[in-house]
Design a protein around this ligand. Structure first.
Ligand code: NDP
Ligand code: 8X3
Length: 252
């Protein structure tokens, strides 16, 4: 029976929420994070039937809030074994010449700096205990640039570089670092990217069978249940219909 503690950022939706459910089934104790506290409360009520759950609401952009939230965790929850750096989104899909600076700031601040702020609070404990596993949600957008993806792709290329750098720097301490790089996953991702435009968001997945949050959660469970000496360093996951960032076989 698992008794590791996993902290998941962005657990209120999509991949993070699915990961929380999958890890609860494996018996992981969970710390769920996100800004929408109402959703965290709902998730806790559901998952508490399977495992122990702690919730903490903060914006990953706010370094003080991140620090306070992690420091305020009850003593029994401070030995975090697994960090799933999942919080993130795309904001907008515009050519560089017309991109909105507020979207650029959001993507750099959340996807890159937010990931760093959370990692900074959790890594010292892992170093002290000489164990731990960090899983960063990258993207195919962090492997291949696509038209109008500019800043989102840059943020995920940064995640890719950070993942590789973390794996090197944390190597002396026995800390495992994995990146998971999905292609098209149907979550609230496109709704956020297109600022609530449901028609535009659903068109992204039209004519194909996209990945679901559960598909990625399944990979995360696999990554976390390998023998201690095995690290799955870098995993790209596509739906069958996808051949690259820009090549998708649609039936309609
Ligand atoms: P969702 O929009 O469904 O979920 C995003 C999650 O991130 C939410 O739980 C949200 O919580 C959280 N989040 C966003 N901004 C912040 C913030 N400022 N502070 C704290 N939490 C935040 O998208 P996905 O589940 O699809 O995305 C999860 C990760 O997977 C992201 O890093 C994304 O880039 C990556 N990814 C997604 C793909 C896809 O096609 N869907 C493909 C490849 C990678 P809340 O709003 O409550 O704060
Ligand atoms: C999300 C996948 O292709 O929309 O990271 O950028 S994509």
């Amino acid at each position: 029976m698992e008794n590791r503690i996993a902290l998941i950022t962005g657990a209120t939706s999509g991949i993070g929420r699915a990961t929380a459910h999958a890890l609860a089934k494996q018996g992981f104790k969970l710390i769920l994070c996100g800004r929408r506290e109402d959703r965290l409360i709902t998730e806790k009520a559901v998952l508490a039937k399977m495992t122990e759950v702690e919730i903490t609401a903060f914006d990953v952009r706010d370094q003080d809030a991140v620090k306070k939230a992690i420091h305020a965790l009850p003593e029994a929850w401070k030995k975090i074994d697994v960090l799933v750096n999942n919080a993130g989104n795309a904001h907008g899909l515009d050519p560089i010449q017309t991109g909105d600076v507020r979207d650029w700031d959001a993507m750099i601040d959340i996807n890159v700096k937010g990931l760093l702020y959370v990692t900074k609070e959790i890594v010292p404990g892992m170093i002290e205990r000489k164990s731990g596993h960090i899983i960063n949600l990258g993207s195919i957008a962090g492997k291949e640039v696509y038209p109008n993806g500019n800043v989102y792709c840059a943020s995920k290329f940064a995640v890719d570089a950070l993942t590789r750098g973390m794996r090197m720097d944390l190597n002396p301490y026995g800390i495992k670092v994995t990146s998971i790089n999905p292609g098209l996953v149907e979550t609230e991702f496109s709704l956020v990217r297109f600022k609530g435009d449901e028609e535009r968001a659903s068109a992204v997945y039209k004519g194909l069978d996209p990945l679901t949050g559960d598909d990625i959660a399944d990979v995360i469970v696999y990554v976390l249940t390998r023998p201690d000496h095995v690290v799955l360093a870098d995993i790209t996951v596509f739906p069958k219909a996808q051949g690259s960032s820009t090549l998708v076989n649609r039936t309609v």
